[in-house]
Design a protein around this ligand. Structure first.
Ligand code: ADE
Length: 259
């Protein structure tokens, strides 16, 4: 079954233009994923297209009012009218993209693939009335500790990361299993032809044809990269004493100026 994304936004074209490009674009065409963008302004409270209002308690800026966001969410879930009780359908997860949220990582992305339908709510410039978030949102997600002008690019990032795990989206399904982060460590460095470029040689072992040695080399270079570039991830790896020893020997053989 296709993975479905609904994005509630004031700028649908921003999300669509990213999602319709490259691999996710092909996945949309092939029907592996589905994208519905819902323009929050279509549910404006008046003929002037008003969706926001001044802050209670004072302060500058405007806030999205709850009614248009709620009506857009009802449309995303296929509910009509204005039900008294909010019904959260099963296998549907509502996510608010916000710098206050839990920072997205690969484990969270993998967990999100268990849902059939993700509803992504984006704020832009202004925030959203807290009550509608309290009622609708299952999870608040950030894509990093910095502030964007809106949630649309964050929603596109999430759609991209989740989509590539949907069966059929990547040409080689096993490819992602060896990639950075999926095993809690970074992918090992990779090389292609020519075997010597500007005096720089591809590591000898990769040309040896000896698969067991190649596997070991790639594993150790992946560990070393993780140690150097992402010590936070390295500290979470559960290595055996033997593996530590091997890593030390490997790094001593091939010293890295950063170590
Ligand atoms: N909206 C604004 N900044 C954001 C961030 N870092 N992550 C997700 N949504 C956002």
């Amino acid at each position: 079954m296709a993975m479905r994304f609904s994005v509630l936004t004031l700028f649908p074209e921003l999300v669509e233009s990213i999602a319709q490009t490259s691999i996710t674009g092909r996945a949309l065409k092939n029907g592996h994923i589905e994208l519905q963008t819902i323009q929050i302004r279509d549910f404006a409270i008046n003929a002037y297209g008003q969706v926001d209002d001044a802050l209670y308690g004072g302060g500058t800026g405007m806030l999205l009012r709850p009614e248009p966001v709620y009506a857009a969410w009802l449309q995303a879930t296929g509910q009509t009218g204005q039900p008294e009780v909010v019904h959260h359908p099963e296998k549907v997860r509502t996510i608010f993209l916000s710098p206050k949220g839990r920072v997205l990582n690969q484990a969270m992305v993998e967990e999100l693939t268990t849902c059939q339908h993700l509803i992504l709510i984006c704020g832009h410039y202004e925030g959203i009335d807290q009550r509608v978030l309290d009622v609708l949102v299952d999870e608040e997600v950030s894509i990093g500790d910095y502030v964007l002008t809106g949630g649309e690019i964050a929603a596109a990032v999430l759609i991209d990361a989740v989509s590539r795990l949907v069966p059929g989206v990547l040409p080689d399904q096993s490819a992602h299993e060896l990639e950075s982060h999926s095993l809690g460590r970074l992918e090992h460095p990779q090389y292609t032809r020519p075997s010597s470029w500007q005096g720089l040689k591809v590591p000898e072992v990769l040309l040896s044809g000896h698969q067991a040695r190649i596997d070991r080399f790639q594993y150790l270079s992946s560990l070393k990269d993780t140690l150097v570039k992402r010590p936070d991830l390295f500290n979470q790896l559960q290595l055996s004493a033997g593996e530590y020893q091997e890593l030390i020997e490997y790094t001593c053989q091939d010293p890295d100026p950063l170590l």
